[in-house]
Every structure is written in structure tokens, then in C-alpha cells.
Design a protein around this ligand. Structure first.
Ligand code: ADQ
Length: 477
């Protein structure tokens, strides 16, 4: 790669995966996912670059080009993967930001590694960005980068987007390094959140922790203004909508239903195997419906796809064992020859197979205990131009703010989950179509392109003058 870039993404991972061919040669493939798709056109227009870890520890790679993107690999040692990634990011911040649904680990060694790795990302970005470039930092693994980067390169326009929830002040307060993290984020010109609630939690925290005044969306520092705002992320509606019209996908969806024994109702869950996703809660509800005979044997099957995730973190290993035990119990108690109630897959799928599964499912069950947004819910909606299909959705998923016509549930209330699952299965085609139509309109309008362009437009538009500070009230917002 030659030269510096006027537009730079900084994320924990590069948007490519390495595949090894049968003859042993390595090649890179663009990883699936909305973020890359949404940002790729901007990258091409602006000679953009992306800095991130390439996925293998203890390996230094030179910058390279792939699919029109300039990629800048940031190296991580095996120890840093353990302490910065599995440790501080996924054993400290992840549970803390998700309402402490698992106990967060507070270890100084992990924090030190997090700080050092964030410094490395900031240096890589500082080197790659041209004068006055726009730099967009992604997610909880890199919250110190905005301030570190501003210190080296005050000329840059820096944006940050948090993909997970930002917790209430009372929870964040527990973090021994709370001040460092907040100051890290305040290095950005714009801090984006999934929901207005996250943005307001952050503003309140800045006032309580650092005594900073704010007004509306703006936080006033001595010499600058930091804007905070919600930008609910979305999916590539057009691409999914076109995909499920492909006759091959339609045929595959039919085939899937036949392979499941052609039951009246196919219920589906698709998640990373994560304790925030409420997989156990929805299986419990389904198991009880069979036990109570509100569902007869053969009437409904539950397909749970659980993508392997963070398998070296203790909490995730325990979760996998728990879920697999639970699936075994339900099937043990309720299966009959020719009827298996729960089909569980601990595997990843390509997006064609996933689309066929969405199309095949009558009821999509999304029951996280806390989730920043949840793209699976929006993907399911995008796949149902037939206006068939119901979404059972947790009130604690960010997506519930937009998808009000879903069958909303409190995942902690098993009776509520059971009731709504049954309501979704028994709804008339007219009722399903009414709900689906409204939800599709929402996702089609607010797709991932719109998310990216609204964020970048806000980042590049000027904020208020710091002198506004005088009129900012300590109680406002
Ligand atoms: P995640 O916690 O990973 O994302 P989610 O938003 O549901 O959760 O995204 C998961 C993605 O992985 C979806 O696009 C889904 O299709 C895909 N996926 C899941 N299982 C799969 C499988 N078995 N095979 C292939 N693909 C699979 C975090 C936050 C979310 C937020 C997103 C984006 O936790 O709240 O919505 O970032 O900001």
C-alpha cells in the first residue's frame, strides 16, 4: 500500500479472513457482515484504509490490498490476545456493559494490556491518516484510541461508534479505570451509540465523573465540544430481500422444512453462543410448552443455530455445556420416533444457508437479556417479503425500539415468553402480514447504508463553539 488515507476505519479485526487452500497457499476473503458492506463504497470513493488485527497471534504482516480496500494489520501477541481481547474486552467490559448478566473480572494485568494494545492501534492510525483525515474507531475494544490518537494527531476528525449498550452510571462506576475510559472516548468529536439511552447514560457519566456540562447532545470540554448521538445500526435490506427471491434459496427453504419432518411450526434461534443472548431462556420456554401439552408432539420444532464464540473464555465454555445439556434433556423427554423437538447446531453458516433458514422459519425467537441492537431480528424481517412469519423479540434488545410490531417479551419471564411464542404460532395470516409489513418498511428505510452515511455526515458537520459552554446547564439533557 502506498500513501496515506483521507478515510480510515480502526477496528479490533480487519474485515478479512484468511483461508488456506488445499495446496497450502493462503488467501484472504472479505468477511461477511454489514459493517464492511456499508463502508466499502465509502472506502472506494475516498481512498480509504482499515486498521485492525488480522486474526493470528505472534505474526507481523505488511499492509496489503484486498478487494479495493487498503488493509493495515495491527499485530497482537498470544499474551495480548489473552489479556486484551479475551480478558479486558470480553471478560471485563462485555459483561459490565451488558448489565452484569455475568460477573465482570477486574484484573490490573488485563487493563495494562488493553492500554498498550489501544496505544498500538492509535499509533497505526496516526501513521496511516493524511492531514485532516476522517478516522472512525469501532467498538468497546478500542475505547482509549480516540484520546490517544488526538494527542498525536490533533488535526484529525475522529468518530467512535459503540456497538454494544452503554451501561447506566451505577454499573459503570464499578470499573477501577472508569476515568481513563471516559477520557479515552472524549477524544472523539462524535461518540455514537445504538440507542438514545446509551448516549444519555454517557453524558450523565461525564457530568458526574468529570464535572463536564452538557446541553442536548453536546458535552462541553474546555477547548472543544464532543457530540453524542444514537445511530441504530441495521442490515443490508436490499441484498437480503433479493437473495430470498432467488429460486435456489426458495427451494432450499422448502427442503429444510421437509428435513425437519414438515412440522406445522418451525421456530428458529440464530445467535453467537453468548450468555447475553438468552438461549437458555427460550429453550426453557419451548420445553415447558411441550411439557404442558400446549404444543403437541410433532406440531412444532425449534432450530437453534449457535455460532461458536470466544471459546477460550471460561464463562463461554460453561454456557456451551449448559445449553447442550438442556437440549439433550428436552429431546430426551419429548422426542418420539420420527420427531425431534430441538435441532441444535454449534456451527457457522454462509449467508445463503442462513437466508434459507430465515425463510423457512415461521417464528424467529430473539430473546437476549441485553443486546446493543441484534441484527438477526432485522435480517429475519428483511427475508420475509411473503409477509409470513412472526418475530418474538426481547424488550432488552436495541432492535425492540424500532420493531414495535414484534411479539415483545421480557426474557426473564418464562410465562411471558411462552405466551408470546404461542400467540405468534396461532396468529392469523392477516395479523402476521400487518405486523411484518410495518417492520419491513422500517428496516428497508433505515438500512445499514443509511446508518453509515448518517454517522459520517454528523461527524463531518461542525459542532457548536466551545463558548456555548456558558449557556450549558448542569441539569439539562
Ligand atoms: P453480535 O453480538 O454478534 O453483534 P448480532 O447483531 O445478532 O450480534 O449479529 C450477529 C451476526 O452474526 C448476524 O449478522 C448473524 O447473521 C451472524 N450469525 C449469527 N450466527 C451465525 C451462524 N451460525 N452462521 C453465520 N452467521 C451467523 C454486536 C452487538 C449487537 C449489534 C451488532 C452490530 O452485540 O447488539 O447488533 O454488534 O452492531
Amino acid at each position: 500500500m502506498t500513501g496515506r488515507s483521507s478515510f480510515l476505519i480502526v477496528a479490533n479485526r480487519l474485515p478479512v479472513d484468511r483461508t488456506i487452500e488445499p495446496d497450502g497457499t493462503a488467501s484472504w476473503r472479505r468477511s461477511p457482515g454489514g459493517l464492511v458492506t456499508a463502508i466499502a463504497p465509502v472506502m472506494q470513493r475516498r481512498h480509504g484504509a482499515w486498521a485492525g488485527w488480522h486474526g493470528a497471534p505472534d505474526e507481523k504482516l505488511e499492509p496489503f490490498e484486498q478487494g479495493g480496500m487498503n488493509l493495515i494489520p495491527v499485530p497482537l501477541s498470544a499474551r495480548e490476545v489473552e489479556l486484551y481481547y479475551e480478558g479486558f474486552s470480553n471478560a471485563t467490559l462485555w459483561p459490565l456493559y451488558h448489565d452484569v448478566v455475568a460477573p465482570p473480572v477486574f484484573e490490573r494485568e488485563m487493563w495494562e494490556a488493553y492500554r498498550e494494545v489501544n496505544e498500538r492501534f492509535a499509533n497505526a492510525a496516526a501513521e496511516a491518516a493524511e492531514e485532516g483525515a476522517v478516522v472512525w474507531v469501532q467498538d468497546y475494544q478500542l475505547q482509549l484510541v480516540p484520546a490517544m490518537l488526538r494527542r498525536i494527531r490533533p488535526d484529525l476528525r475522529i468518530g467512535f461508534f459503540l456497538h454494544i449498550p452503554f451501561p447506566p452510571v451505577e454499573l459503570f462506576w464499578r470499573l477501577p479505570w472508569r476515568k481513563d475510559l471516559v477520557e479515552g472516548l472524549l477524544g472523539a468529536d462524535l461518540v455514537g451509540f445504538q440507542l438514545p439511552g446509551g448516549a444519555s447514560n454517557f453524558r450523565r457519566l461525564c457530568r458526574r465523573l468529570l464535572g463536564l456540562p452538557y446541553k442536548g447532545n453536546e458535552i462541553f470540554l474546555d477547548d472543544r465540544v464532543v457530540r453524542t448521538q444514537a445511530f441504530p445500526i441495521s442490515v443490508d435490506f436490499g441484498q437480503l430481500d433479493a437473495l430470498v427471491r432467488d429460486p435456489n434459496i426458495v427451494a432450499r427453504a422448502k427442503e429444510i422444512r421437509m428435513e425437519l419432518g414438515d412440522p406445522e411450526h418451525v421456530l428458529l434461534g440464530v445467535d453467537r453462543l453468548d450468555y447475553t443472548k438468552g438461549i437458555g431462556q427460550r429453550l426453557e420456554a419451548f420445553g415447558e410448552l411441550l411439557k404442558d401439552h400446549r404444543l403437541e408432539a410433532g406440531e412444532a420444532v425449534f432450530v437453534q443455530i449457535a455460532t461458536p464464540s470466544r471459546e477460550r473464555v471460561d464463562e463461554y465454555r460453561r454456557l456451551r455445556d449448559d445449553i447442550e445439556l438442556q437440549v439433550g434433556r428436552i429431546n430426551g423427554e419429548h422426542a418420539q420416533l420420527g420427531y425431534q423437538p430441538v435441532w441444535y447446531f454449534h456451527q457457522s453458516y454462509d449467508h445463503e444457508e442462513l437466508a434459507a433458514l430465515y425463510l423457512a422459519a415461521d417464528v424467529m425467537v430473539v430473546t437476549p437479556l441485553r443486546d446493543g441492537m441484534n441484527l438477526v431480528a432485522k435480517e429475519y424481517i428483511s427475508c420475509h417479503h411473503d409477509l409470513h412469519g412472526a418475530l418474538v423479540l426481547s424488550e432488552f434488545a436495541g432492535a425492540a425500539d424500532e420493531l414495535r410490531q414484534a411479539y415483545l417479551v421480557n426474557p426473564y419471564d418464562v410465562e411471558d415468553v411462552k405466551r408470546q411464542m404461542v400467540a405468534a404460532m396461532r396468529a392469523t395470516p392477516h395479523e402476521l402480514a400487518r405486523r411484518m409489513r410495518t417492520m419491513r418498511r422500517r428496516v428497508a428505510t433505515y438500512d445499514v447504508d443509511r446508518w453509515a452515511s448518517e454517522f459520517l455526515t454528523a461527524l463531518e458537520s461542525p459542532a457548536s463553539e466551545p463558548s456555548m459552554r456558558r449557556s450549558a446547564s448542569w441539569r439539562s439533557g
